[in-house]
Design a protein around this ligand. Structure first.
Ligand code: AMP
Ligand code: MG
Length: 300
């Protein structure tokens, strides 16, 4: 497939997943976790391969050009499939060019800083792809659903009023715009899982010994807050899907389809950057040719 055809195919594929900036999202109404764009599982293998090979090729050029970085933010409810998505999507790329950061309950040191501090520390450099497994969006998700997290953040009194979430949306949008303007492209994927599929995945984690480590009793306690999370997700998607960093809502009930979508979203971002291998100026080319002559002259 030609590059241009592949690029068009990817763009068309991800269009229905994009949250239109300025639109109001009701996650349960607007996005179906079982949507699969008419793709059959057996065709999915080929699609994922196309996506992964596009990624590999573009990543090499991104690294050589050393001008842009890419930050992929992955958000999902528990058992949404973040880990598996990362494993599959990055399967074909050079590990030297990728940095994965997972964000857990903040440490004492992290709580002693402003809330974006720990995320800023893990940003990709130019030429790199950074993946946030959970991200700064937890600051308007888990922190919102469980406000005791906000109390732990040691904020001044006037910074935790009722407008705190609206303010955080604005600050996050501004921060992402700043990053984009400075060459760090932000791409955001929300894995949209249904409540029933979460139940089934939890059961698997309980029943299969090799999956036990993935399960904790806290996961079931969080599940009791399902509706609060859906509401927080909907508000977040509505407020922070921007022209410079739109959200993509990926149907997550079928793991194989979610992986194709995530690869396609990342590939689309890289295609948009269109990184190029640096070309040599006259002086550098002359030095190269001189070096070549020297090496040839050494031939036994
Ligand atoms: P896991 O991704 O399953 O390893 O779990 C990480 C845990 O850290 C989840 O329960 C998140 O809700 C929690 N977490 C992540 N970021 C934050 C945050 N900013 N404040 C509080 N809890 C967080
Ligand atoms: Mg977990």
């Amino acid at each position: 497939m030609s590059d241009e055809r592949a690029a068009k195919r990817v763009a068309k594929f991800i269009k229905p997943l994009r949250v239109k900036p300025g639109s109001t999202v009701d996650l349960t109404e607007d996005f179906d976790p079982r949507y699969r764009a008419g793709v059959k599982k057996r065709d999915g293998v080929e699609l994922l391969r196309t996506g992964v090979s596009l990624l590999a090729d573009h990543q090499a050029r991104l690294a050589a050009q050393d001008t842009y970085g890419v930050l992929l933010c992955l958000q999902a409810i528990d058992a949404g499939g973040k880990d598996g998505t990362i494993r599959h999507v990055m399967s074909g790329v050079n590990p030297q060019g990728v940095r994965v950061s997972s964000f857990k309950v903040p440490s004492a040191e992290e709580l002693d800083h402003d809330y974006l501090w720990r995320y800023a520390q893990r940003l990709p450099s130019r030429g790199e792809i950074g993946i946030f497994n959970r991200s700064h969006y937890e600051e308007v998700l888990v922190v919102r659903v469980h406000p005791e997290n906000l109390d732990r953040q040691k904020l001044p009194e006037d910074a935790k009023g009722p407008d705190v979430w609206q303010r955080r949306y604005r600050e996050i949008n501004d921060w992402e715009r700043y990053l984009t303007d400075n060459g760090i492209k932000v791409v955001k994927v929300f894995l949209n899982l249904s409540k029933e599929e979460q139940r089934l995945r939890f059961l698997k984690r309980i029943d299969r010994p090799e999956k036990n480590w993935k399960f904790s009793a806290a996961d079931v306690r969080e599940r009791a807050h399902w509706d609060d999370y859906q509401e927080a997700f909907s508000e977040m998607l509505s407020a922070t899907s921007t022209p410079w960093a739109p959200w993509y809502v990926v149907p997550a009930d079928r793991k194989w389809f979610a992986r194709i979508c995530a690869a396609a979203v990342l590939a689309h971002t890289l295609i948009g950057i269109d990184p190029q291998y640096p070309s040599l100026d006259g002086q550098a080319r002359k030095e190269l040719l001189d070096a070549r002559r020297g090496l040839e002259a050494e031939a036994p």
